[in-house]
Design a protein around this ligand. Structure first.
Ligand code: PGA
Length: 220
């Protein structure tokens, strides 16, 4: 059985001091988390903090680092871009297909397919986000996060029953590991992780307070 994957998406929040403070809290619980052998934690901070987060954890621990994005281009003359080859030095995962990126940055299926291809080329594991069962999923992806748009940052999560149903439809396409995301908190997390087709959670707002994220890990 695959481990329960618990992912923190810190989005475009936290400066250096705030990131350090967040990491300090997590590190206080490092041994406790390491004893949870059935869980794997992935922290996705902004690009400037990938290095320090990654340096804080040994390779063998069940806490990994993920990026929130990569360039749709390989290395080259693309001023301002951060590419998969660079990110791979500091992260094991990358979030691709988030609705905030599809909507605010015009990311299309074509672009996302290219990003998945580049992440796989350099050995980064994509966590591919879909907003529903109808979204196209690029080949090579193993982990999907189902995040209905209405549930993101709204305090109105999908029902665990519907999230489980959508996850089962996605799993019918391929034996994906499927996560649920959208207004997950320490209070509701186990109603999702208790469902047979849900293999973890992707947490935005509630992960910004490190203590709350620890509770989510404990309750998942
Ligand atoms: P939320 O965000 O937990 O704040 O709803 C989830 C996400 O956008 O990944």
């Amino acid at each position: 059985m695959s481990k329960l994957l618990i992912v923190a998406n810190l989005k475009s929040y936290k400066n250096l001091d705030e990131s350090k403070a967040w990491l300090d809290v997590l590190l206080k619980h490092k041994d406790e988390i390491q004893r949870m052998e059935d869980k794997e934690i992935v922290i996705c901070p902004s690009f400037p903090y990938l290095f320090s987060f990654n340096s804080a954890f040994s390779e063998s621990i069940n806490i990994k680092v993920g990026a929130q994005n990569i360039s749709p281009f390989d290395e080259g003359a693309y001023t301002g871009e951060v590419n998969a080859k660079q990110v791979k030095d500091f992260a094991q995962f990358v979030l691709l297909g988030h609705s905030e990126r599809r909507t605010n940055f015009g990311e299309t299926d074509d672009m996302l397919f290219k990003k998945v291809e580049l992440s796989l080329k350099y050995g980064l594991s994509p966590i591919f986000l879909v907003q529903g069962e109808e979204n196209a999923i690029p080949s090579g992806v193993n982990v999907i996060a189902y995040e209905p748009v209405f549930a993101i940052g709204s305090s109105t999560p999908d029902t665990p029953e519907n999230a489980d149903k959508v996850s089962s439809i996605i799993k019918a396409k391929k034996d994906y590991q499927v996560l649920y995301g959208g207004s997950v908190t320490s209070q509701n997390v186990n109603s999702f992780t208790g469902k047979s087709n849900i293999n973890g959670v992707l947490v935005g707002g509630a992960s910004l307070e490190a203590e709350e994220f620890i509770k989510i890990i404990q309750n998942a």
